[in-house]
Design a protein around this ligand. Structure first.
Ligand SMILES: Cc1cc2nc3c(=O)[nH]c(=O)nc-3n(C[C@H](O)[C@H](O)[C@H](O)COP(=O)(O)OP(=O)(O)OC[C@H]3O[C@@H](n4cnc5c(N)ncnc54)[C@H](O)[C@@H]3O)c2cc1C
Length: 538
């Protein structure tokens, strides 16, 4: 096992080494799919390098709704296979690989005379089917409680801002919620690094071939040629820019961010049916840092793929209006403190270009590209990254005639997860190899927010910090930042262990301070200073 710490120095060294060797597998793209592929391949004993043009989780993987879905939505569109796969992968995440990053989230669908008997019944049947998926996946009701009807009082406790007038009660069902999607990607990348994968950010693949790629180092401007026995293209919605044979049908999903206090600091998610649709809902999801995130739209997004997609005013209005339909006090444009949008990398299969993008299958595609000879792995979802990775590595191994062990990532906890106890009492863990000493475990008076983000590594995040004031909040002494429960130690850890190369990486991907521009502006100087100090030694 190697260190799981990603640093600027390690990046420089490994980039140098890469030019002198032939790796078994080169992964292009550092989202959830690419980092999942890197981990799967490294765990099978292959030599692996991953290149990411910008930063880990730069792309769609940081713009998700952060749900580990049970697949209910896919049942509604008839994708039973996708629905079952989703529920099984949710189970793996919540019980084995990343239980520290995924929690059970109660979802509340208020029932009023306006809901209609038919909709109320359909939702009940849907939740019942969703529960069958949970049982089929083997997920205990202690991990994810089954669906039930709730009284108005309970609705008010979970989501205080719901209008009580004419409220009969609600359906409540549970799904998995990630503390943050970008943190899952970083955990995957570090776990892969612990098994020897080279994780190289700010490195763009400009030309893909079956036996390697031409790369550009954004930090030096240097061009380098890399040899690989097989290449995996995991560039998501940008896949067409490196492979002309890829046909994607991007669909934009937008969220707005409001202060949690505006909805009475809910602990459950609010689910509001989209008028006129039998299967779509708008969700108000309570998240970290005192925020509620409201989504989701599904809009065709043809044309060139932007680096960072932007929400439209029409989408923002639609989300506020739909949620306000069940609130005691409607949300107003002034309540919005941030917005974000991402593009789903939906695969344009024969016949899929006729209907709305919301109906396009979320199945993933794994194929050898007729144009580059690389293995393309596209589509899918955050929840199913692991099976996508398994399929991609299976095909890559076969295609290149490599010798590799079988996939075993269902039993491989990510950094920060508690070890799995095997039959002989042996633990499988990656959390004690971060390069700065042993892990102290969770609890022990540590802040809940720290444990929610770092799991078993929480104590080490604090212990490893050497800069002054490490336990204090990043915004200490700065007005209007009390809701940012992020310590200065976490900023330092991002640079010393999580591969952050500048303040933007920290603000926008290691922490999600940047989802609210005012928060970002308030602590930017402090974060810049901390990152500059931490990088001095790296
Ligand atoms: C709005 C929205 C909400 C969603 N919500 C959920 C949800 O709640 N649950 C769920 O399971 N799924 C959800 N999804 C789906 C999920 O987010 C995506 O399927 C997943 O994140 C795609 O990951 P990826 O790694 O394939 O792509 P990306 O995350 O986009 O990664 C591709 C990476 O490749 C890099 N790259 C591109 N070109 C190059 C190049 N030439 N060289 C090197 N690197 C390159 C990019 O910078 C990028 O980082 C949602 C999607 C959207 C859009």
């Amino acid at each position: 096992m190697q260190s799981t710490a990603l640093t600027a120095r390690r990046r420089r060294r490994e980039l140098d080494e890469l030019t002198a060797e032939t790796v078994d597998l080169l992964v292009v793209g550092g989202g959830v799919t690419g980092t999942g592929v890197a981990l799967d391949a490294a765990a099978r004993g292959l030599s692996v390098a991953l290149v990411e043009a910008h930063d880990l989780a730069w792309g769609t993987s940081r713009w998700s709704s952060k749900l580990a879905h049970g697949g209910l939505r896919y049942l509604a569109t008839g994708d039973v296979g996708v629905a079952r796969e989703s529920a099984r992968e949710r189970h793996v995440l919540m019980t084995r690989t990343a239980p520290h990053l995924v929690r059970a989230l109660p979802q509340v669908l208020p029932l009023t005379p306006g809901t209609g008997r038919r909709r109320g019944l359909t939702v009940g049947i849907g939740f019942g089917l969703g529960d069958l998926l949970r049982r089929d996946a083997g997920t205990s009701s202690l991990v994810l409680p089954g669906p039930r009807l709730a009284r108005p009082g309970e609705v008010a406790r979970l989501v205080p801002a719901v209008a009580r007038e004419r409220l009969h009660g609600a359906w409540i069902a549970h799904d998995g919620q990630l503390v943050d999607d970008a943190r899952l990607v970083v955990a995957l990348a570090r776990t892969a690094a612990g098994r020897g994968a080279k994780i190289l950010t700010r490195v763009r693949a400009v030309d893909l071939r079956a036996d390697g790629a031409t790369l550009e180092d954004a930090l030096t401007g240097a061009t380098l040629t890399v040899r690989a026995r097989v290449v995996v293209n995991a560039t998501g919605v940008w896949a067409g820019t490196v492979d002309p044979s890829v046909r994607l049908r991007p669909s934009r999903g937008t969220h707005v961010v409001v202060p949690a206090a505006r909805l009475g600091s809910p602990t459950g998610a609010l689910m509001v049916p989209v008028p006129g649709s039998g299967s779509r809902y708008v969700f108000a999801l309570p998240g970290q840092l005192g925020r509620v995130v409201i989504g989701l739209t599904d809009e065709e997004a043809p044309g060139p793929v932007p680096d960072v997609p932007v929400a439209t005013q029409a989408e923002i209005d639609f989300l506020l209006e739909t949620v306000s339909g069940v609130l005691a006090r409607p949300l107003l444009p002034d309540d919005v403190v941030g917005t974000f949008a991402g593009l789903r990398p939906l695969v344009d299969t024969a016949g899929s270009s006729d209907g709305p993008s919301a109906d396009v299958s979320r199945k993933h595609l794994v194929e050898v590209s007729p144009s580059t000879g690389a293995v393309n792995v596209l589509g899918g979802k955050l929840t199913t990254y692991r099976t996508m990775a398994e399929d991609a590595v299976d095909l890559a191994v076969k295609h290149a005639g490599l010798t590799a062990g079988p996939c075993w990532t269902t039993a491989l906890p990510l950094v920060g997860a508690p070890p799995l106890v095997g039959p002989g009492g042996t633990g499988v863990s990656t959390s004690s190899t971060s390069g700065t000493g042993s892990t102290s475990g969770t609890g022990g008076g540590l802040p809940d927010s720290l444990v929610a983000r770092y799991g078993n590594e929480a104590a080490e995040v604090l212990a490893a910090a050497v800069l002054p004031g490490s336990a204090s909040a990043v915004g200490q002494g700065i007005a209007g930042t009390a809701h940012l429960d992020i310590t200065r130690a976490e900023i330092e850890w991002a640079a010393t262990h999580e591969g952050a190369l500048d303040a933007d990486d920290v603000l926008d991907r290691r922490t999600r301070i940047g989802l609210v521009p005012a928060d970002r502006a308030a602590v930017r100087d402090v974060v810049e200073e901390l990152v500059a100090d931490a990088l001095k030694w790296l």
